[in-house]
Write a protein that binds this ligand. Structure first.
Ligand code: CMP
Length: 146
């Protein structure tokens, strides 16, 4: 069965790598069901990353995510959550270079904060973030997609 996930191209990757990342998303068999380029407000970035509110890097993370446009994508594919996470590679690009040299983060990310892309960590997070970013109409479609 098809699954949905939320993907984000972060501000550090938007200028230089956006087109290449989109091309690879399509080439890997994902359907881009929704797509929105936007500069996040502080409030939206804080809500989006609320699971990380207590982390020491939360302030930096929010600041970084608001510094320029992001591309938010609703991706559909079989096993989309895991497949997109595999395509991104580990959070830390130094680790990504070791274990997954072909991953997006190994090739494009600067460091563990400025790591080029985001993906929902599981199906429930994906549904929650898709609803938050794209609204109810996507959630209804999800419920009906079987
Ligand atoms: P992401 O997968 O979007 O989820 C949370 C983000 O917090 C992560 O990518 C990084 O951008 C950032 N992050 C995670 N760990 C650290 C860390 N140790 N130091 C700084 N930023 C981090």
């Amino acid at each position: 069965p098809k699954q949905r996930t939320l993907a984000v191209i972060k501000p550090d990757a938007m200028e230089e790598h956006k087109e290449k990342i989109l091309e690879e998303i399509h080439a890997s068999g994902f359907s881009v069901t929704q797509l929105k380029e936007t500069v996040l407000s502080r409030e939206v970035a804080e809500e989006f990353y609320k699971e990380h509110r207590e982390k020491p890097f939360f302030g930096q993370l929010v600041e970084f995510m608001c510094r320029g446009p992001c591309m938010m994508l609703l991706l559909t594919k079989e096993n989309a959550v895991e497949e997109w996470r595999a395509m991104m590679g580990p959070t830390d690009p130094d680790q990504a270079k070791e274990t997954s040299p072909n991953s997006l983060r190994a090739r494009f990310a600067c460091d563990i904060l400025h790591n080029s892309v985001h993906g929902a960590s599981n199906e429930q997070h994906a549904a929650e973030k898709i609803r938050f970013i794209f609204g109810e109409i996507c959630t209804e479609a999800e419920a009906n997609s079987g």
